[in-house]
Ligand binder design. Structure first.
Ligand code: F6P
Length: 470
């Protein structure tokens, strides 16, 4: 059976805080031979030429250090100040400094040079996310002939936003060096096909296509979580501890919950504004609801992230000033990360889950919220139409997150929704979450990347399920 090599910018962290994706891919590597390759999280005077091999809690990991200058250009620069805002259709928040591309390319070359000596000819390589678009091209330039797949965790942009990215034509050519490119949602595949089929020849002034995708398969592989594992986690002792703590603080108030990285794509100020409108429009809810927004800081060396944090501080302060009383606060806002058991408990306690990004690849919080609900008294999911998750969860209350009146009305509907409707909607959502679980996602991508050769067969799937139940 071929080995699986997972490549991503960050390698999985030690400890129990790992996200669902890391947990699922770890399971693939527990079951199959292989290793995880990525950046060590360390900055060094000189770039590493060779990877350091480490065993992190039973997982084989190969890591390299980057120089401070390369890391800045590659991560904060090209990846997160150009690709991230453009792919999320926020050109107003992009900083177009074309020279960052050199650092981005250099780091991808460094990844390829350090990874190549570790590879066996039949290894299957699975590259993750926008930091590493050029990796297959760099590996192929060094002679690698392996099957290489790429998965984009964020949305694929419209043609206009793609044109704004320096060297976008190189990046598209780089994508064509993969055997399989996976995206989150059908809308992403459609945007990709539209760019490739229609717009590309005009840009380059010739009828010849500048890139050839005839050997690359492109398809949607919507990622999921482990909803049944979340159902168990939500009643674990650690979750119950958090629930009891919150119940003491809430009394009879209904909990409205948001959990997001502090990122401008998550629509946090708009969400708090919608909550403000709910309290303004309907005095019934004052003293009877409480918004808890968990927002761990993210990429905070980047100005646009600091500004988002400031905007959120300002609007939370405004709502507090307007509605708080000496003995009642309308919201709590915590800029800190919590482990999965505590989050699962909060999801289960929440009467309303707010997942209202302005644009999002998938959004796993939506999946985890659904998995954590009490089947006899489930909460209601208010979900942005612009999250990939909206293609899966049609029974959620779907909203346009830019329209804060609509979101306020959806929160009202969720709070007023009768139990039988909540149960009906949740049952449909839970079925959809189970159908789109992360294990099937990983197996189906690997099956497609190396049909017949990788053995990611139903037996692999069964073993992964058993591992997830354990
Ligand atoms: O969802 C996209 C993503 O880049 C993930 O790959 C990553 O885990 C997450 O956002 C957090 O980003 P960062 O690694 O920049 O903190």
């Amino acid at each position: 059976m071929s080995r699986i090599v997972i490549v991503s910018n960050r390698t999985p962290a030690k400890g129990p805080a790992a996200g669902g994706l890391a947990v699922a891919l770890r399971k693939v590597l527990d079951e199959r031979e292989g290793f995880w390759f990525g950046w060590s999280g360390k900055l060094a005077e000189e770039p590493s030429r060779e990877a350091r091999l480490e065993d992190i809690e039973g997982l084989k990991v190969a890591q390299i250090d980057l120089t401070r200058a390369d890391h800045h250009a590659y991560y904060a620069g090209f990846s997160n100040s150009i690709l991230w805002p453009s792919f999320h259709l926020r050109l107003d928040l992009a900083t177009i400094e074309g020279h960052w591309y050199e650092g981005y390319r250099r780091v991808n070359q460094q990844f390829a040079r350090a990874l190549l000596p570790l590879l066996k000819p039949d290894d299957i390589i699975w590259v993750h996310d926008y930091h590493l678009i050029p990796l297959a091209a760099e590996l192929r330039a060094l002679g690698a002939r392996n099957r290489i797949g790429f998965y984009l965790h964020i949305p694929f942009p419209t043609a206009d936003a793609l044109y704004a990215i320096p060297h976008h034509e190189d990046l598209m050519r780089d994508l064509s060096r993969y055997d399989l490119v996976g995206m989150q949602a059908r809308r992403d595949v459609a945007a990709f096909n539209e760019f490739v089929d229609q717009t590309a020849p005009n840009v380059f002034g010739s009828s010849n296509k500048p890139f050839d995708f005839s050997r690359t398969e492109i398809d949607a592989f919507p990622i999921g979580s482990e909803p049944d594992a979340f159902a168990r986690l939500a009643v674990s002792p650690a979750a119950i501890k958090m629930v009891n703590r919150m119940k003491r603080a809430l009394g009879d108030q209904a909990l409205v919950l948001g959990v997001d990285r502090l990122d401008y794509s998550k629509g946090l100020p708009q969400r708090v504004e919608a909550y403000e409108k709910l309290l303004t429009n309907d005095a019934r809810f004052r003293r009877n609801v409480h918004l808890l927004q968990v927002a761990p800081p993210s990429r905070d060396s980047i100005k646009e992230y600091q500004e988002t944090s400031d905007a959120l501080d300002a609007i939370c302060g405004r709502v507090m000033g307007q509605f708080a009383e000496p003995d009642w606060q309308p919201l709590t806002y915590v800029k800190r990360a919590y482990g999965q058991p505590s989050l699962a408990g909060l999801y289960r306690l929440a009467r309303v889950g707010l997942v209202t990004p302005l644009r999002d690849g998938m959004n796993l919080v939506a999946h985890e919220f659904i998995g954590s609900q009490n089947p006899e008294d489930p909460g209601v999911l208010v979900l942005s139409r612009f999250a990939g998750a909206a293609e899966i969860f049609s029974e959620a209350l779907l909203v346009n997150p830019f329209d804060t009146d609509e979101t306020a009305e959806a929160i009202r509907m969720a709070l007023d929704m009768p139990l039988d409707e909540r149960i009906q909607r949740w049952q449909a959502l839970m079925k959809a979450a189970q159908r789109h679980n992360v294990i099937d996602w990983a197996v189906s991508f690997l099956d497609r990347l190396a049909p017949g050769t990788n053995g990611a067969s139903s037996s692999t799937r069964d073993i992964l399920y058993l591992a997830s139940v354990a």
